[in-house]
Structure formats: C-alpha cells, structure tokens
Design a protein around this ligand. Structure first.
Ligand code: SF4
Ligand code: SF4
Length: 184
C-alpha cells in the first residue's frame, strides 16, 4: 500500500517534470507562426492574386476575355464616332472603342493568368492583393468600366444614330441612282 503511494507520487512528479521540460524547451525555440493579420509573410515575386485592369490603357479588344478558360471576363464595347478622339494608350495604341462594360467575376477565376499574356497594352495584370473575401458573391464581380450607365447608354445611342444616318444616306444614294437610270 505504502509502496504504491510513493510510486503514484513519483509518477505524478515525473509527468510534471516531463511537461515542464517540453514547455521550457519551446520557450527558447524560435516561433514558426506569425500574428496574422498584423504580421504577413512576404509573397513570392510572381504571385498570382487579384486581377486589376488599368482602363486608361484598355482598347477593348476582348482578347483577355477570349483567352479565359472559365469565361469570367465580360466586355462590351461601342465604336466611337468619327468626331470623338479617345486618345492613345501608354504604349501608343490608338483607342477606337468605348468600353461600356468590363466585369471580372473573381469568384470564378482560377488565377491561371491566361488573360494577362494576350493583352496588347499590358493593362490587365495580377496584383499581390489576396484579402478580398465578401459575404455576397455579387460583390466579387469587379466592374472596371469607367463610364457611368448613363454615359454608356449615350455612347450606344450615338452609335445607333450614326448607323441609321448612314443607312438613310445609302438608301438616298440608291434611290438617286435608280432615278438617274430610269428612262425619261
Ligand atoms: S486568371 Fe484565368 S480564370 Fe482568371 S480571369 Fe484570367 S484567364 Fe480567366
Ligand atoms: S486584352 Fe487588354 S486591351 Fe484588350 S480588352 Fe483585355 S484588358 Fe483591354
């Protein structure tokens, strides 16, 4: 009876010592965890995270959207009028289209970067932003077009009117030709 008392006491003390030894050892071991989000791990140089589009340089060519394997880029454009000057991109490409819609559904994006390579003006690229969780899926659709809805409608209307004018002119020319060919 007495021997089991001492045995149990020894075992109790021994386990405390073992536990303390492990605790003391880890007290002097450098930490492998970080205090995220206050501390962040440096990212690799060519990291692929959230996409960004610099619309000042976008010519609306649609090449990025066509390269996307999951169709998460939606672009709509309207031809500019001959009287409108949209300027050039930073690498000298002439802009001729109004980009009325440029949406990227980042919830569908698989970060393959295939949209980045074909861009002739290098205006779509991966950033190092990786914290962009949202409560609603709809908030993960990034809208890059810089025109307001009213402006986009106006551009569409202007183009439609120009087309109608051209058609009327063509019809008038055809009628004039017909009249000229009619025997008197
Ligand atoms: S990274 Fe890939 S999946 Fe994402 S938008 Fe670009 S092409 Fe599409
Ligand atoms: S490939 Fe580049 S220039 Fe063409 S629509 Fe996409 S982002 Fe714009």
């Amino acid at each position: 009876m007495m021997s089991s008392y001492f045995k149990n006491t020894w075992e109790g003390l021994y386990t405390v010592f073992v536990g303390m030894k492990i605790t003391l050892k880890h007290l002097f071991t450098p930490s492998v965890t970080i205090q995220y989000p206050n501390v962040k791990v440096p990212l690799p140089e060519r990291v692929r995270n959230r996409l960004y589009v610099n619309m000042d340089d976008c010519i609306g060519c649609d090449q990025c959207a066509r390269a996307c394997p999951v169709s998460c880029i939606e672009i709509e454009t309207v031809k500019s009028l001959p009287t409108e000057n949209l300027g050039t991109t930073s690498n000298g490409k002439k802009k001729a289209l109004w980009v009325t819609k440029f949406d990227i559904d980042i919830a569908k994006c698989c970060y393959c970067q295939l949209c980045v390579f074909p861009c002739p003006t290098e205006c779509i690229y991966m950033t190092d932003v990786y914290e962009f969780s949202e409560f609603r899926r709809s908030d993960l659709v990034y809208k890059f077009a810089t025109l307001t809805e009213a402006e986009a409608e106006e551009k569409k209307l202007n183009f439609e009117n120009l087309q109608k004018e051209k058609e009327l002119q063509k019809a008038a020319q055809a009628a004039a030709q017909n009249n000229a060919q009619q025997p008197n």
